[in-house]
Design a protein around this ligand. Structure first.
Ligand SMILES: NC(=O)c1ccc[n+]([C@@H]2O[C@H](COP(=O)([O-])OP(=O)(O)OC[C@H]3O[C@@H](n4cnc5c(N)ncnc54)[C@H](O)[C@@H]3O)[C@@H](O)[C@H]2O)c1
Length: 257
């Protein structure tokens, strides 16, 4: 019950889905959690549900000045900063992302959040964590980083970028003796608002879509937000002190056949 006791965590995308579950599980395991998102009302509600150890801050991860302000405020308020969970993401519009039809505007819109947002978070987390003697960064990538995703080319490319960036951050920090670890999680299909968008793309009925995706998962069930959240808690905790630059696939076996 105290796997991240005394640590201060920032979770982006915490108003919904995987980010919400991650913030709740980190708090349950003893962390003080700063939730951020562009959805203010939902974010505030999640923070209230967690209780006094949680606060919510509106943040657009694409804005560098917002990252700088967030870390400065967190250090000022809590005196330390130990865990960054980069969870915020957007799926983009599936049917407009294939390599022939994806507009430059769509490509940039998706990757300003999914890749640049993660880059900015890592960049400014490093000096803030160093002030606290080290820490752990967990970047939520996707299974789409590892396989061809023709209808979601922009999304897949950005998530592959997150995977690569994670390793560069990990080695950069390790070589300098910063005591900062950085790992990526690669979810398969998870039953969140974004997962539901994917399952009902092209006008598919959501119930039928869920069933279609469920059948693709060898374990025979869709992933739940907590399946990712618990992996994130592990990677953020000292239980994972010898793990850095690693890819954690959490997909019910979807990628093994
Ligand atoms: N659900 C899945 O099947 C699945 C699979 C693989 C990877 N992922 C990844 O997991 C992460 C979480 O996805 P989810 O399924 O919980 O989706 P979700 O839509 O439930 O939550 C995403 C959150 O990110 C926030 N967000 C979007 N743009 C933002 C911005 N510019 N700044 C700050 N916050 C922003 C949204 O407001 C939302 O609250 C994403 O990075 C996603 O790509 C999800």
């Amino acid at each position: 019950m105290a796997r991240v006791n005394g640590k201060v965590a920032i979770v982006t995308g915490a108003a919904s889905g995987i980010g919400q579950a991650s913030a709740k599980r980190l708090a349950q395991e003893g962390a003080t959690v700063v939730l951020t998102d562009i959805q203010a009302e939902a974010g505030e509600r999640v923070a209230r549900e967690i209780g006094p150890q949680a606060t919510f801050q509106v943040q657009d991860v694409t804005r560098e000045d917002a990252w700088q302000a967030l870390f400065a405020a967190t250090l000022r308020r809590h005196g330390r900063f130990d865990i960054l969970a980069n969870v915020a993401g957007v799926p983009g519009s599936g049917d407009r992302q294939d390599p022939e039809r994806c507009s430059l505007e769509e490509w940039r819109k998706i990757n300003s959040v999914n890749l640049e947002g993660v880059f900015l978070g890592c960049k400014h987390a490093i000096p803030a964590m160093r002030q606290s003697g080290g820490g752990a960064i967990v970047n939520v990538s996707s299974l789409a980083a590892m396989i061809a995703t023709p209808p979601m080319a922009a999304y897949g490319a950005g998530k592959a970028g997150v995977c690569q960036l994670t390793k560069s951050v990990a080695l950069h920090c390790a070589r300098r003796g910063y005591r900062i670890r950085c790992n990526s999680i690669h979810p398969g299909i998870i039953d969140t608002p974004m997962g539901q968008t994917a399952m009902s793309w092209a006008g598919a009925d959501l119930t039928a879509g869920r069933e279609r995706y469920r059948k693709m998962v060898p374990l025979g069930v869709l992933g739940e937000p907590d399946d990712i959240a618990w992996t994130l808690v592990f990677l953020a905790s000292d239980e994972a002190k010898f793990i850095t630059g690693a890819e954690f696939v959490v997909d019910g076996g979807m990628s093994i056949y």
